[in-house]
Design a protein around this ligand. Sequence first.
Ligand code: ZN
Length: 450
Amino acid sequence: MIATPESREADLIGLIGELYPICRSITGEGVRETLRRIAQRLPIAVHEVPSGTQVFDWTVPREWNIRDAWIKNLNGDRVVDFRECNLHVVSYSVPVRKRMPISELKEHLHTLPDHSSWIPYKTSYYREAWGFCVSADQARALADSEYDVCIDSTLADGHLTYGEFYLPGDSAEEVLFSTHVCHPSLCNDNLSGIAVAVFLARWLTTLAHRRFSYRFLFIPGTIGSITWLARNRDRLRAIRHGLVLTGLGSRGGLVYKRSRIGTAVIDRAAAHVLKHTAGENEVREFIPYGYDERQYCSPGVNLAVGCLSRTPFGEYPEYHTSADNMDFVEAGQLEGSFMACQSIVRVLEDEARYVSRMQMCEPQLGRRGLYSSMGGAGEARVQEMAMLWVLNFSDGHHSLLDIAERSGLSFESIRRATVLLHEKGLLERMQTDGSAAFDALHGEIGESAR
Ligand code: ZN
């Protein structure tokens, strides 16, 4: 069954809404529950890595779980309640149960003075500490008195949990998609990335042909990608292209951050798709900061992995606050991000080189029903131009993406022209592009899923 854009928008928002209430962190039951919900839609494998496992320079931390937390006044009223918003507790807070004066409590309160009704999101992963995040309004309302403070959490040996979905294709060469699953009730960062990844993977399963194999990782940020890389060193050679997916549901155009390589096929494919997608889209150079692309692009790993988002982290005020909620992500923006991912996949799948069988002057297209004698207009004109570009540059040195970039035409126009010319016997596919000798284009015309 093929999803319509409307039904997919509902699917994307539906999954975000379902995952939103769960309190996630880099380890613990919140991640497991999230992966269980994902598994209802996608047959992922769930991996458990014991605390204390050495992963490169890092150690898998103790597992953190939380049941409840509150600040009560002396009347016993919960003036701050974890059950109302899981951002209230600093992630990885050690357990606390204590009565204390306001002066002592205030040392453990985090607020956002510029947005007095928003609750910030804070973590204390690798340092034993505890704290509460509250709105500035809540903090101001606390009277000069004593408070009972409780964080009913555990920090104990356990596991780091991540999810993985592998979808084989005709080649063992892989495309990697990675998204983090460690944030509590925050929608854009990063339930949007999870939702787009889940439905992108489902779409890939419906394709009649896949040139590449696909791997999707649902991992805690930083420690998750480091752990996966440490456990899969022998697999890295197979990864040809990759994308980190995050922040895909907010307003703003698409932003692609290049891999460390900078000119990899994924970098060119993403830049090409963004150029031909409506909106104020932007391509940025690699910097060694951001999401898990930092690990995938560390010098010894150096995979062709970029990062696709909308407005990047830290550049919107709602980032890492309670305002990154269900109202902040838009179904149409999620769907647009999903479609950009689809387009990037199509470029990766169909990128190839062809050789024209007629290198000496143009073949006579009219005789083959490929050229309107009246001169085409609109879409027909684009198609005719695309054919001329493909014929001229199919000299064995230029790929379809090369031709698309040089012509200014979309990859899809160039691909369609190539299919037509190939069908008429005017082109031959080169088998030397490093991937399997799989003729992806022939016979794909009219395939409804594409
Ligand atoms: Zn974040």
